[in-house]
Design a protein around this ligand. Structure first.
Ligand code: HEM
Length: 404
């Protein structure tokens, strides 16, 4: 078999895609000592783990990955408990709640950020927009004081540093633990106040939610809000940065989207396939499991490489090509991402916020294209992607015709 670069090596971090190909071709099941896990990379295997039709996988691994920074969230739960807890939070992110209450929040927060730079003729779409927009949206949806949005953003930065800390840096770990405490000290009083004086915000909705006689405690709500920082912030942040990086690298496709905004969902779906924000998701085996001809013992961690599966040549034609018009994407106007790629996972833990993310991207990309005519990458700039667990452009300096 060909030598596969280690997933923790600098070579892999610089560009994982050649390694992904080698893995799919010749090492589809790897026992990885440093992460104590089994790595799978083929679409078929990753899809099977996510769908888990035979009930062979759990998310117990999140007890050590997620628990220290967020506490107990729906990501760690399984079975009936997961179903009830998920039903408590999911309705707020779709249907009338999304349409009527939160679309205006999304529009307002995007516009505020764009207004800060549209007159200048240059911006960094990562620092000035993508890293801010989804976190501001969540803070505003929760009904938090605008004056606290910067603190909220600080916690966001610390949480994602904690989650991306694969090398186990002590300072980053300690900062993550401090964030958990500070976040709780801030949120619990706000949650109590909102129980007393409910409003038309997400926090009030979570306080009032009830399914089968189950309601969320203050601690449950705090943990869910903390999860939203990473699950809804970093992911959408990287998706927006990715969509622009991909379109700017393919000017004819950028021109097509500028011309016809109904192509934004395609650009989003293809970006999630080609450069997914989340590259790795882990599961625990509940029984012995056979994948790609090898047997993984019960109680083991399985690392699913979404970034590799999304470029599997047995699933996509010419997978290393970014093409928003590819005919193996089903997304047109309806939301059918689940059939297009594995970026939102599948099965029980399929992303709760997929529709919210789609709305944020459609509104945000549309507003940016409207506000920034002549959008182009800063001369001589080359996109550098960072991260192996989550991954996206580190910065994206652009120029455009300034607004009068
Ligand atoms: C779950 C990706 C946006 C909230 C997930 C999972 C993935 C994912 C891969 C599965 C995790 C697992 O199975 O272990 C993404 C991507 C997004 C995005 C790529 C943006 C493009 C959002 C947003 C929210 C959100 C905006 C805000 C509501 C959640 C929650 C879960 C989840 C709460 C846990 C669901 C469960 O365990 O049942 N997401 N997400 N996500 N996502 Fe997203």
């Amino acid at each position: 078999a060909q030598q596969v670069p280690d997933i923790l090596s600098p070579e892999f971090a610089a560009n994982p895609y050649p390694a992904y190909r080698t893995m799919r071709d010749s090492a589809p099941l790897i026992r990885h000592e440093a992460t104590q896990s089994w790595i799978v990379s083929r679409y078929e295997d990753v899809e099977r783990v996510f769908k888990d039709r035979a009930g062979q996988f759990t998310t117990e691994n999140y007890d050590w990955q997620i628990e220290p920074v967020h506490g107990r969230t729906i990501l760690q739960l399984s079975g009936r408990e997961h179903a009830v807890r998920r039903a408590l939070v999911a309705p707020a992110f779709r249907g009338a709640d999304l349409q009527e209450r939160f679309l205006p929040v999304i529009e307002r927060n995007s516009r505020e950020l764009i207004d800060a730079f549209r007159h200048t003729g240059r911006a960094d779409l990562v620092a000035d927009y993508a890293t801010r927009f989804p976190v501001n949206v969540i803070a505003d949806m929760l009904g938090l004081d605008k004056a606290d949005h910067d603190r909220f953003h600080g916690w966001y930065t610390s949480v994602i540093a904690f989650l991306g800390n694969l090398s186990g840096d002590q300072e980053v770990a300690a900062a993550g633990a401090r964030t958990r405490t500070e976040f709780a000290e801030y949120m619990i009083p706000v949650i109590r106040e909102r129980r007393e004086n409910p409003g038309d915000d997400l926090l009030s909705t979570l306080c009032a939610a009830e399914v089968d006689g189950v309601r969320m405690s203050d601690e449950d709500i705090k943990a869910f809000c903390s999860l939203l920082l990473a699950a809804g912030g970093e992911t959408t942040d990287k998706a927006i940065a990715g969509i622009f990086a991909n379109l700017l690298a393919h000017p004819e496709q950028l021109a097509a989207v500028r011309e016809d905004r109904s192509l934004i969902p395609r650009a989003f779906a293809e970006t999630l396939r080609y450069t997914p924000p989340v590259h790795m998701i882990m599961r625990q085996t509940a029984t012995d499991v056979t994948l790609s001809g090898g047997t993984i013992p019960a109680g083991a961690t399985v690392t699913c490489l979404i970034g590799a599966a999304n470029r599997d040549e047995t699933r996509y034609r010419d997978p290393d090509r970014f093409d928003i018009m590819r005919d193996d994407l089903t997304t047109t106007t309806a939301f059918s991402a689940a059939a297009d790629h594995l970026a939102f996972a599948l099965g029980r833990h399929f992303c709760v916020g997929a529709l919210l993310a789609k709305a944020e991207v459609e509104i945000g990309v549309g507003q940016l294209l409207d506000a920034l005519p002549g959008l182009r990458t800063e001369d001589g700039f080359e996109v550098v992607e960072r991260g192996v667990f989550t991954r996206g452009p580190q910065s994206l300096p652009v120029r455009f015709t300034p607004a009068a």
